[in-house]
Ligand binder design. Structure first.
Ligand code: FES
Length: 116
């Protein structure tokens, strides 16, 4: 199910209860691939699923607190900001999330708004 307003398109991803703690889940929507995480605190984080180094699949990474370690070469990425941590550099996109009636939604910018 998809809902939208002028700024965001909210895409239904998964049941909040079924989402495992500290384990990434890949969500795809119109060519974008998102890594969705439910942290140990219960907070949700969603980032671009490909590492900026050599496109490691971040949903397969190891989560520690609010960071994920890329499964390919272990770069450490801060989930709330998407920033790769020093000594490495780079960043990934972050996405808004919300829970409505037990279902997790991921927010994508409305392309029509971005174009105007
Ligand atoms: S591909 Fe992620 S650290 Fe190299």
């Amino acid at each position: 199910m998809i809902t939208q307003n002028e700024q965001m398109i909210w895409v239904q991803a998964v049941s909040y209860e079924e989402l495992a703690f500290n384990t990434g889940k890949t969500i795809r929507y119109q060519g974008e691939e998102v890594a969705l995480f439910k942290l140990k605190s219960g907070k949700l984080q969603a980032i671009q699923n490909r590492c900026p180094h050599k496109e490691g699949v971040l949903a397969e990474g190891i989560v520690c607190d609010d960071h994920v370690f890329c499964p390919m070469h272990d770069r450490k990425i801060h989930l709330p900001s998407g920033l790769v941590q020093a000594p490495d550099t780079g960043c990934v996109k972050t996405y808004l999330t919300k829970v409505d009636d037990g279902t997790v939604y991921i927010g994508f910018p409305n392309a029509k708004e971005m174009a105007s």
